[in-house]
Ligand binder design. Structure first.
Ligand SMILES: NC(=O)c1ccc[n+]([C@@H]2O[C@H](COP(=O)([O-])OP(=O)(O)OC[C@H]3O[C@@H](n4cnc5c(N)ncnc54)[C@H](OP(=O)(O)O)[C@@H]3O)[C@@H](O)[C@H]2O)c1
Length: 269
């Protein structure tokens, strides 16, 4: 695995596993939590050490369980979680503190590697107040790095201008047809590492055919070409698969490089 260094100095693996349907009945986002760690254990087995969870996914506990079951040291893992931008989690200092503590309890860990504000909300001043509470958790070593998700340029810049600890990450949707090129470039320019969520989503037949053709030259699949495109422009990827073979495939990205021409083609898909 290769790593990128965040503006805090800590390293993040380029590839992590999404988890939003893991540990749930029928692998449905809204499914009941069943504490099934099989998808996570299979991911750990093929080499994942970076997982993306969230309070909203309700499965932080399942991620914590899998870490324990792996019998690997906690420090081997990079775990991201997220505080929802909804009133019940952000409307008071106590609400924010309770949210972070609930994450640590669910993960059964004394710290979380990266904590994101899941979605922005219109009141930017209030957002800064929430951020200041999160900064205290960084001071205490309970959060190693802070970041945001789904922030536009204005929201990101406001936070950069009004924070003591700058956001390290901006996790945004990025896939063909919805690359979000502008916010990704803006984040990079401001030393905020972009992460692509849904990196394999919404790929239609025509796009898949183009990516498959590019991949043939390297003996790689359309999905590997897409993920490689993102990491070559310093975007972290968090693909999710319930299938062990595809989990493994999504990690095998470091033995080929795309040409400038191929990158240009992919960026316009
Ligand atoms: N911050 C946010 O607001 C936000 C929003 C959405 C998601 N996320 C995070 O981002 C993660 C990833 O996004 P996502 O889960 O929505 O979508 P995704 O990872 O882009 O795509 C998942 C789909 O792709 C399939 N797939 C995976 N690897 C494949 C491969 N090599 N070849 C062909 N198909 C493949 C999976 O099917 P199989 O299971 O059958 O392989 C699944 O149907 C989430 O799990 C979550 O952690 C964050």
């Amino acid at each position: 695995m290769e790593f990128l260094t965040l503006n805090t100095g800590i390293q993040i693996p380029y590839v992590g596993s999404g988890t939003n349907t893991f540990g749930k009945v029928n692998q449905q986002y809204d499914g009941e939590i069943n504490d099934d760690t099989s998808e996570l254990m299979s991911a750990i087995g093929v080499g994942y050490r970076h997982f993306d969870t969230a309070i909203s996914y309700r499965n932080e506990r399942v991620v914590g369980l899998a870490i324990k079951q792996s019998e690997l040291p906690r420090e081997d893992f990079f775990i991201t979680s997220k505080i929802p931008g909804r009133p019940e989690f952000i409307s008071s200092e106590k609400a924010v503190i309770d949210a972070v503590e609930s994450t640590l309890t669910a993960l059964d860990s004394s710290y979380v590697d990266l904590y994101l504000i899941h979605h922005p909300w219109p009141n930017l001043e209030e957002m800064v107040l929430v951020w200041k509470i999160l900064e205290k958790f960084v001071d205490e070593g309970k959060i190693k790095a802070l970041g945001v998700s789904n922030f536009n340029e204005k929201q990101l810049m406001y936070l950069i201008d009004h924070s003591r600890i700058k956001p390290a990450v901006n996790q945004v949707e990025s896939n063909p047809g919805n690359w979000n090129h502008e916010i990704i470039e803006f984040s990079l320019k401001n030393q905020v590492i972009p992460e692509a969520w849904g990196p394999l989503k919404k790929v239609n037949e025509t796009t898949r055919a183009t990516l498959t053709e590019i991949g043939e030259k390297y003996d790689k699949s359309w999905a590997q070409v897409l993920l490689r495109y993102q990491i070559e422009r310093n975007v972290i990827v968090i693909p999710k698969s319930h299938n062990s073979k595809r989990q493994k495939e999504n990690l095998a990205l470091f033995d080929f490089s795309l040409s400038n021409e191929e990158r240009a083609t992919i960026g316009k898909l």
